[in-house]
Design a protein. Structure first.
Length: 246
């Protein structure tokens, strides 16, 4: 079993792990589908989004995330039989600040903040999007995160390693070794794969547990050290681990 008390720093994927990005994506697309009288299963909408978003991130990593979303929405319109609507694509591109946090995220982060020296976001979203989401993830104690590393900063999208390498550099400057760093994420493709490439311990927050398919995330197989269905379950395990050390 992984000793959760040995870590000094936790890094997190934000969207899909802490922020309900699939719910946010579906809610942002739903009005356009309804306006045209189109009915698609939610999983089909998410699968189309994931396929095109991944293609744009992998094919041209230079644009910031809102531009990735705009291009993705234009492709989704075509794939789902919607009319071409540039304005709707622009609206969708600006929707990240509206995506909701999972109900358990803020409380779980407050627990983790008590036990670990650093909490950090590693995200493919741009700085302004992250800033809005960090407000949604804040509790009575304020913003739980020390800093965030975004695609806007690294110039690439996970699963490229630069987010992790940048975090490693910053942690090294603070005397935090990789063995004392734990990555926490939902996406096996974007996060657990690169974490294992770098020899990091990782926790899979399986937000899609019980659902078929991979949703808005490319299907992948990757290793991980611990598996929880929610952030709340992970935070409870952390509390038990530290209580056992008292």
């Amino acid at each position: 079993m992984l000793d959760l008390t040995r870590f000094q720093a936790l890094t997190f994927d934000c969207y899909g792990t802490l922020i309900d990005w699939e719910g946010g994506i579906a809610a942002a697309i739903a009005p356009a589908l309804a306006a045209e009288g189109l009915r698609h299963a939610p999983e089909a909408v998410l699968e189309a989004f994931g396929r095109f978003e991944h293609a744009h991130e992998a094919g041209d990593p230079a644009p910031l995330y809102p531009e990735v979303l705009r291009r993705t929405m234009l492709d989704v319109q075509n794939a789902l039989g919607m009319r071409h609507d540039a304005r709707q694509a622009e609206t969708f591109a600006a929707s990240v600040p509206d995506w909701p946090a999972f109900p358990d995220s803020a409380a779980a982060l407050a627990v983790l903040r008590r036990h670990y020296r650093r909490l950090v976001i590693l995200s493919n979203v741009h700085k302004a999007g992250i800033a809005a989401s960090r407000k949604r993830l804040s509790g009575p104690g304020g913003d739980p995160f020390d800093f965030a590393i975004t695609a806007e900063e690294t110039g690439c999208y996970k699963p490229a390693l630069k987010h992790f390498e940048r975090a490693r550099e910053r942690f090294a400057a603070e005397g935090i070794a990789p063995k004392n760093w734990l990555h926490v994420a939902q996406s096996l493709y974007h996060d657990h794969g690169p974490a294992k490439q770098l020899g990091l311990a990782s926790v899979w927050i399986d937000r899609r547990m019980g659902k078929a398919g991979a949703g808005a995330t490319p299907q992948a197989a990757a290793g991980y050290d611990l598996h929880f269905p929610s952030m709340a379950a992970f935070a409870e395990a952390v509390e038990r681990a530290f209580a056992g050390k008292a």
